[in-house]
Design a protein around this ligand. Structure first.
Ligand SMILES: N[C@@H](CCC(=O)N[C@@H](CS)C(=O)NCC(=O)O)C(=O)O
Length: 356
């Protein structure tokens, strides 16, 4: 047998077993699919939310830029702003939302059981989640991919140098599965350190219990930005998967799903048409473009078609701003660029269907 080579060789001896397993066995099912939730709970979400007067939004437990309480305990972040935008669309008031932190492991149960109405939380759209878990994904609001972070002191520059490494990962994620797929495909050995809680997995990485930490690049950027010396950590250039992150709802309430979906498109179209938090009022009064008028509720009856007030779009933009404003406010500070999340008009993938 050829001797394994690479900087993580000593640890690789244990990792060899992992490679053997990874090569021999089919990739494990990601989550044991649970039966889809009772349709009764799902079909009434839209009415239940309106009757309750508050939207319950499942968010992350704490990921800088995406969802995290600030020093005053006010939730901040990209995913949090989406929740506020939904509340502005439904109630005309962005404060009518309650945030429920969810972990990688318990997020799907929280949505299935009705504990939350919607999950707005770095969750990858996959076929099994869309079908056997009983959810509807409402549109990718962040195109992401899985990456690796290492300490700069390791000198590691690319993922293939991780042969034999110990890699920290959270369970219940696409991350865990992709890591196995990637190792199989590239014949890289690794020893996984699987830790359930986000704080603990990050601590394990910082304490040197693993050579690398893997998750969505957005999650790596968030974690890196939260460290005392971000420059001590390097996000490797390799991206090993597609992680289209999308808000999701329970299957069975198409009206509610439509509202969640079209709020995202409102944010994108507002960016496309140059409607901002600062100018929305003026545009509402003065902009003669028919699509802008329809979006802001001056022409057509699009809000009513969604079961909302025709002012829903104006309310969303007035409260939260457009997609670019949400991105700048939350994700620029953690070092993320628009990249594939640029609008289609700027060579990116973000594209709204027409407001007509
Ligand atoms: N996008 C991936 C990963 C999402 C995920 O949960 N990532 C972790 C690491 S960034 C996380 O957010 N954990 C928060 C927690 O469990 O509290 C998925 O949908 O499976």
């Amino acid at each position: 047998m050829m001797m394994p080579s690479g900087r993580f060789l000593t640890r690789a001896m244990a990792g060899a077993a992992i490679l053997a397993t990874a090569l021999a066995a089919p990739a494990p099912a990601q989550q044991a699919p649970q039966p889809a939730p009772a349709a009764a709970a799902a079909s009434n979400t839209f009415d239940a939310v309106r009757a309750r007067g508050t939207l319950i939004c499942g968010v992350n437990t704490g990921l800088a830029g995406f969802a995290q309480p600030d020093s005053q305990g006010v939730w901040r972040g990209f995913d949090v702003d989406y929740c506020r935008a939904y509340a502005a669309a439904i109630f005309g008031d962005p404060t009518k939302v309650r945030f429920v932190p969810t972990t990688a492991q318990n997020r799907f149960t929280a949505l299935q059981s009705g504990e939350v109405d919607v999950l707005s939380r770095n969750t990858t759209w996959t076929l099994s989640r869309d079908t056997s878990l009983g959810f509807d994904f409402t549109g990718t609001n962040f195109f992401d991919g899985q990456g690796f972070m290492v300490k700069a002191s390791t000198g590691v520059k690319t993922a293939k140098e991780l042969d034999g490494a110990t890699i920290c990962v959270q369970p219940g994620t696409t991350t865990e599965q992709n890591l196995t797929d990637w190792a199989r495909a590239t014949r890289i050995r690794f020893t996984p350190v699987v830790i359930e809680r986000l704080e603990e997995v990050v601590q394990a990485y910082l304490a040197g219990r693993c050579d690398a930490y893997t998750t969505d690049v957005s999650g790596l950027a968030a974690t890196r930005s939260a460290q005392q010396r971000p420059a001590d950590h390097v996000i490797l250039p390799d991206v090993i998967s597609k992680e289209p992150l999308s808000p999701l709802v329970r299957q069975g309430d198409p009206r509610f799903a439509d509202v969640i979906k079209w709020v995202h498109y409102m944010l994108l179209s507002a960016e496309e048409f140059g409607i901002t938090q600062a100018n929305v009022q003026q545009m509402l009064q003065n902009d003669a473009r028919p699509e802008v008028q329809r979006m802001l509720g001056r022409g057509g009856d699009l809000g009513r078609m969604l079961g909302l007030d025709n002012a829903w779009g104006a309310n969303v933009i007035r409260a939260i701003g457009n997609y670019a404003e949400i991105f700048e406010r939350n994700l620029k500070p953690i070092g993320l660029q628009r990249g594939p999340n640029a609008l289609w008009t700027a060579g990116g993938l973000q594209y709204s269907p027409p407001f007509r």
